[in-house]
Design a binder for this molecule. Sequence first.
Ligand code: UD1
Length: 344
Amino acid sequence: MKVLSVVGARPQFVKLAPVADAMAEAGVEHLIVHTGQHYDPQLSDVFFRELAIPAPDEHLGVGSGGHGAQTGAILAAMDGVLERHSPDWVLVYGDTNSTLAAAVSAVKLHVPLAHLEAGLRSFDRRMPEEHNRVLTDHAADLLLAPTEVAMAHLHNEGVGERSVLVGDVMTDVLQRSRGVGTAIEGARDSVIATIHRAENTDDPERLADIVAALASLRAPVVLLAHPRLRDRAARSGIDLRQGSIRVHDPIGYPDLIASLDVAAGVVTDSGGLQKEAFLLRVPCTTVRAQTEWTETVDLGWNVLVEPADLAAAVDRAAPEPTDAAPYGDGRAAARAVAALLDRR
Ligand code: UD1
């Protein structure tokens, strides 16, 4: 069996790591296509190197651009890739423009399509990630769901018979990376913060409110600044270096996990970080109106806030301990590969 994984953005490289290992263990021929959506070494190369992911077999080099231009460039380039390799499956990950473009290209060329991390919903169709994941799920032949909640969404949308609950590969990669990295300077007892989503960065007033709230926190804040955040802050004349905030470049995965392990809290709008905080039992405050990872909120370890309520939320009392494991047992990637083999 030949599987062609298509990835392009930082969170997809993290998910790819355990999948690539499971493919090798199962003796599956596995090709990797990097779309080039993320190209900065600190958003891309560092993950391949530190997570020991095999080098991509194809690199499309599409780079940044508007949604249509970026998605279209990947779609156009994928025709030749699929013709050259004739895979048994195309495997796409998560909810980025790379995910949707590769999904459409597989469907157009009649190559069976599997979607890892299927069934997540924010129910906010204005988010690019939401329409990317809904469209990908409905195009796919095999939906690999991380949670019971995701499975329920897929059943509700009439695609339950194409869906399999495999667990969350983010648990796999976290388990294997814990204890490997080094916490960055200043991480201990700090609040680790990341803000990069369009709905937070692209409205100058909202971004100014978020930065002011972070600056006002009592604990030191280590702000891991995604290029999109730096760019939008600079364009809007917002200084990220205020009050409690110390600005740091984005970091690789093992060092992020080591830093979270010693941190006092997390403030984020990232999906992955909400779960990583939960898995490491670090209280998380999420600057969004909804989350796809509702289990983290229901179990008391994550709170959704507007910028005005951020500081009070970070100061809240410690959550009740829990041993719930809604994100699986660390064997999700092996189950995903088994499902692909089963349905070839
Ligand atoms: C993308 C995903 C988002 C994911 C995030 C992880 C979509 C619609 N969004 O958002 O779901 O959570 O990746 O980081 O696919 N840039 C650089 N260097 C890079 C890449 C981007 O400087 O290597 C800058 C460019 O100014 C670019 C901007 O970041 O315009 C946004 O990049 P883009 O790939 O469009 O989306 P992300 O915001 O990274």
